[in-house]
Design a protein around this ligand. Structure first.
Ligand code: SF4
Length: 474
């Protein structure tokens, strides 16, 4: 039996097939085309949004934006690969009307429009808000580390430099001793003095370099620095320490759409709750907002700031643990009664614990040694000479948070299901577990804005379908 046969390559056609015939009515590229057509590129700040009246015409930023949105949607981030797609991919040919910009032009467009990508991302979020895809009932905040372009081999930190300096000092002393030996050597002995001198000079140059780096970092007030990408920081990731950025997202619970994102240099999330929640509230233009985040966001000062801004946060409070014994259970902080007027604690034995010191936002109270040493409950209270109890500077905000979390235990479960979807997609689908392609915070922000736009676009199409999206954009 014969095989299924294709059409002969040299077959001509009386009515040639147009690109329009090849792209189905419900194809993704039609949504990208309709979305970009609606954008006011001048207001969004795109470079060359107004064509020049003289000289060689440039590419329309709308065409290049379409190419990038399509590229990020299809996990194609490199400008060279996008150039190749322009020459062989029918969908891109349809989208760009067969334009074929070279990789340099494509790369320059991404480099020159970093801020405009963030503005474009916000416009799509506004569209989703208008059509009801984003309701703003509950927002989950989460962060994840994305690797930077720079290599960890080019990363310096003060501790490492100091260790290096000690080693260099020892080796210099050793070489100086060898030089002395060479000076004292008898004429007949063969000690190569010039080789020792050269090695010594090299060590001294390295030491000077080391000390200069330390002095510079001290004057800049920083503990770490990457010579390849000054904005990037060494951060803990599931794969171990990496030079990375901490990407923060605020995700709407309704359809897991990202309504706000940011790229930060902070290795942890403790300072991110308030700025992210406030930015999400502003984006939603609501007077009140409920947000949820994991224990990594626990920060009493920010809990209070959120309450004052009309934001109800649901975060597992993470606080300093009071003294514990390995062998036995000791009294918890809750067993001590706080007297707000006197600013002191009363212990289970009825003795007073007074304020001893303030330490990084913690208030430390202690009992008198004489009280504890004669106390029959000491075995249940402390193994030390006296008992200490710590109280956070924003303890009341912590207590309110604890009450909220006890009343709404389902919040932590909701949080996980909302935030895992976007980061799973961004990391595996868009970045392929790879790293950023653009350097510095600004570059990482531009790339993340494109990635978030592609993610939101995909999510909106999954929920509404292409035809409905086209109707709503029309
Ligand atoms: S050990 Fe000290 S703090 Fe603890 S119950 Fe006794 S007196 Fe109070």
């Amino acid at each position: 039996m014969a095989y299924i046969q294709g059409q002969a390559r040299d077959q001509t056609s009386l009515f040639p097939v147009s690109l329009e015939d090849l792209i189905p009515e419900d194809h993704l590229v039609r949504v990208i085309d309709a979305f970009v057509a609606k954008l006011d590129l001048i207001r969004l700040g795109f470079d060359k949004a107004v064509p020049k009246s003289t000289g060689r015409p440039s590419y329309d930023p709308a065409d290049q934006l379409k190419l990038y949105l399509y590229g990020y949607f299809q996990r194609i981030r490199s400008s060279r690969r996008l150039e190749a797609e322009c020459q062989r991919n029918i969908e891109v040919m349809w989208l760009l009307n067969r334009l074929k910009p070279d990789f340099k032009t494509i790369a320059d467009f991404r480099k020159d429009n970093k801020q405009a990508f963030s503005a474009t991302c916000r416009v799509f979020v506004q569209f989703c808000r208008t059509v009801g895809l984003i309701t703003g009932d509950l927002v989950a905040i989460d962060g994840s580390k994305f690797q930077a372009v720079a290599s960890s081999r080019r990363h310096l930190n003060v501790k490492q430099l100091k260790r290096q300096q000690e080693k260099l000092d020892k080796r210099i002393v050793q070489y100086l001793a060898e030089l002395d030996e060479a000076d004292k050597a008898e004429a007949g002995e063969t000690i190569d003095r010039s080789a020792i001198k050269t090695a010594l000079e090299q060590l001294e140059a390295r030491q000077l370099n080391n000390l200069t780096c330390q002095a510079l970092m001290k004057s800049m007030g920083i503990e770490q620095f990457n010579t390849g990408e000054s904005d990037a920081r060494m951060m803990r990731t599931p794969k171990g320490p990496r030079v990375a950025y901490n990407v923060q997202t605020a995700v709407d619970a309704e359809h897991c759409l990202i309504l706000h994102h940011d790229v930060t240099q902070d290795g942890n999330d403790t300072q991110q709750l308030e700025p992210m929640a406030k930015a999400a509230k502003e984006q939603l233009q609501q007077s009140e907002l409920s947000v949820t985040a994991d224990a990594g966001y626990s920060n009493g000062k920010q809990f209070q700031a959120c309450e004052e801004a009309g934001i109800t946060a649901y975060v597992s409070p993470n606080r300093a643990v009071n003294p514990r014994s390995k062998e036995k259970e000791l009294f918890e902080r809750e067993d001590f009664t706080y007297d707000a007027q006197q600013d002191q604690y009363r212990c289970p034995a009825g003795k007073l614990l007074t304020l001893k010191q303030l330490n990084k936002g913690e208030r430390i109270y202690h009992a008198a040694i004489s009280d504890c040493s004669n106390c029959p409950l000491k075995g249940q209270c402390t193994d030390a000479q006296r008992r200490y109890v710590s109280r956070h500077a924003h303890e009341e905000a912590f207590e309110r948070m604890e009450q909220r979390m006890q009343a709404n235990p389902e919040m932590m479960v909701s949080r996980r299901s909302i935030v895992e979807h976007p980061f799973g997609n961004l990391k595996q689908w868009l970045f392929g577990n790879g790293r950023f392609l653009l350097r510095q915070c600004e570059g990482a922000r531009a790339e993340m804005a494109l990635a978030v736009s592609a993610y939101n676009l995909k999510r909106a199409i999954n929920v509404l379908g292409v035809r409905r999206m086209m109707e709503l954009m029309g």
